[in-house]
Design a binder for this molecule. Structure first.
Ligand code: CTP
Ligand code: CA
Length: 226
């Protein structure tokens, strides 16, 4: 569609976007993290703003600068992200969970640096599950809220990828799931992204390959006339 048409099609919508990757602390100087840069979430925020939405961006350790004009909330760990979302989500019409959330966190966070002398030749860490933010928000949502999740999968076969996506959206209870293929050199740090969008019934409602800005517009198109 033309730019003029896109300029205001999300006017008045309050959109919450999470971006980046959480870090789970091990000790005061170390964490377990992931390779999410925050680029896709920031592109979503930028395009939602440009299309007239009010945007709150909850960013976890993003490597890029947030677009001007968003309400920015910064967090680091999955628990902090969960808390921020629980507080902020009820004031929004749309939630887009683009953040890569750690599934597990270390059971204990050492008060001081973990020392080799104490750990010896092997270090064993024990992890516990983090809350599933998307699932919890979907379960608690108001009837008017639209919730979009992401699924980063390393599966290379399209039909297997979609099967994983269908199982995932059924589990999460969100309205749409953006399935994207990731790998050592795919998705995370790059500017290109390839996506399928699944609806709650498991249908592919759109597919797209392009830079993260064009991917953002395809995702935001889901909100028009909803
Ligand atoms: N997500 C979340 N809270 C978590 C884990 C994931 O809100 N603790 C969200 C992500 O932001 C994403 C979606 O759930 O929007 C799917 O994340 P993904 O890691 O693909 O799914 P998981 O359910 O964690 O399954 P798995 O990693 O085992 O494939
Ligand atoms: Ca996960």
């Amino acid at each position: 569609r033309r730019d003029a048409e896109l300029a205001s099609d999300l006017r008045g919508r309050r959109v919450l976007i999470t971006a980046g990757g959480t870090r789970e602390p091990l000790d005061p100087v170390r964490f377990i993290g992931n390779r999410s840069s925050g680029r896709q979430g920031f592109a979503l925020a930028e395009r939602a703003l440009a299309r007239g939405a009010e945007v709150t961006l909850v960013a976890a350790n993003a490597e890029v600068r947030p677009p001007e004009g968003v309400k920015l909330v910064t967090v680091s760990s999955a628990q902090q992200l969960a808390q921020a979302c629980a507080e902020i989500a009820p004031r929004h019409d749309v939630i887009i969970m683009a953040a890569a959330v750690a599934d597990y966190r270390p059971v204990t966070v050492a008060e001081g640096k973990i020392k080799k002398e104490q750990a010896g030749e092997e270090l064993t860490l024990t992890f516990t599950r983090n809350p599933d933010i998307l699932q919890d928000l979907s379960a608690a949502r108001g009837s008017e809220q639209v919730i979009i999740g992401f699924a980063a999968e390393t599966e290379t076969d399209d039909s297997a990828l979609l099967e994983l996506g269908r199982a995932k959206i059924a589990r999460k209870g969100c309205d749409y799931l953006v399935v994207n293929r990731v790998g050592w050199n795919l998705g995370f740090q790059s500017d290109e992204n390839s996506i399928f969008v699944l609806s709650a019934s498991g249908d592919v409602v759109s597919r797209h390959t392009g830079d993260k800005v064009s991917v953002a517009d395809v995702i935001l198109d889901l909100l028009v006339n909803v």
